[in-house]
Design a protein around this ligand. Sequence first.
Ligand SMILES: Cc1ncc(COP(=O)(O)O)c(C=O)c1O
Length: 419
Amino acid sequence: MADNILNYSLADFHYNDNADVLSPPDDFNEWINNPKVKEVFSFFEQELLDAPRVSTEILSNLDGKKRHIINLTSYNYLGLSTHPEVIQAAVEAVQKYGLSSSGAPLLSGTLDIHTELASKIAAFKQKEDCLLYSSGFGGNVGAIQGIMRKGDFLVMDEKCHRSLVDGGTLSGAKMLFFAHNDMDSLQMMLEKCKGKRVLVVVEGVYSMDGDLAKMPEIVEICEQYKAGIYIDEAHSTLMFGENGRGVAEHFGVEDKVGITFGTMSKSFGGVGGFVCANKSLIKYLKGYSSPWNFSCAPSPAVSGGLIKALEVATRDSSLRDKMWENTRFMKKSLLAMNLDLGDTESQVIPIIIGASGEKLLKYAAGMQTRGLFLQPVDFPAVPAHARRFRMSVSSQLTQAEMDETLNIIEDVIVKGEKS
Ligand SMILES: Cc1ncc(COP(=O)(O)O)c(C=O)c1O
């Protein structure tokens, strides 16, 4: 292993044959403690010393120093996590209700602000009802696991988020994956489960690529095969559609989508997840969705803040408009540098570097040293031939910050590729 240590990744150590069940595999220990691998991991878990704003401060693992940075890695797309009205609402909620809801929603954890938030989210999403979860991950796991059973079929886009896949595994349903956004492949998979109970699962905006699910075609094919549709709008809620309801609204197919999921940790600036559907399905989910009925209800501070965040984001479109203005500028400027942005159509902009993990890390360090926090995304999170940086554009970005970002990217990545 010593010669080619960087050719290994977390994908290689999943199975563990160590006789001591409480110890990782021996070769994992050798790998993770190797100085070259330690250097790779030093990019991760760097501490933010201030809020996840665009302009913030980190404790850099590169040299152990505090550094002011332009942060294009956080998901705070609309800046709501630090919006003064949102913070005020969160403070008022924590003062009134304390730190915790201190119970699962079914027994004692449901506060009046949870009911208010859920009904406001349902009204916003134009669905009959809504279930709140303490995490987005738990929401996807809980909804899929709560609905699907052994003998059922889940047909998922191959780029679906881990939470959707884990929910599928837990449910016991058979999982089939279709090639990303490939309608022939979707149709082929649906042929394999004709006559069964089938749920097709897609993301509105794909989280590592920024492209959109081809909803009009997906809806047409699903209708043909009588398959239900589940859309994860984690990165598209408050971003897409005339009213910000997401990619299903953008394509005018909301009434064809049975279940719409969203997370509170992206554009809402909070934490948690929500699942919207018709009343009877939500009632059924309450009985069978373990992360809902066996886990503490969302924290009062976050719930109070989220009611305000929804109000701020939807009372007019100014934050979304600014985010789109910034996205258009960044995308146009990055394309003018001949960078590979894949098929992005959203505020999630990948800068695809290719197969070289060493280049990826060299560029990440170069950008961080210059004050740009754009984190590398390596295999197995993305394909080994398409390692990348994944930029999250925010409404908070000023023109000066965008210009500085572009200068740094040009100096580090564009010049690096030419040298
Ligand atoms: C598409 C998608 N779904 C679900 C989640 C999970 O959401 P959370 O981080 O809020 O738990 C994520 C998180 O990155 C995501 O990208």
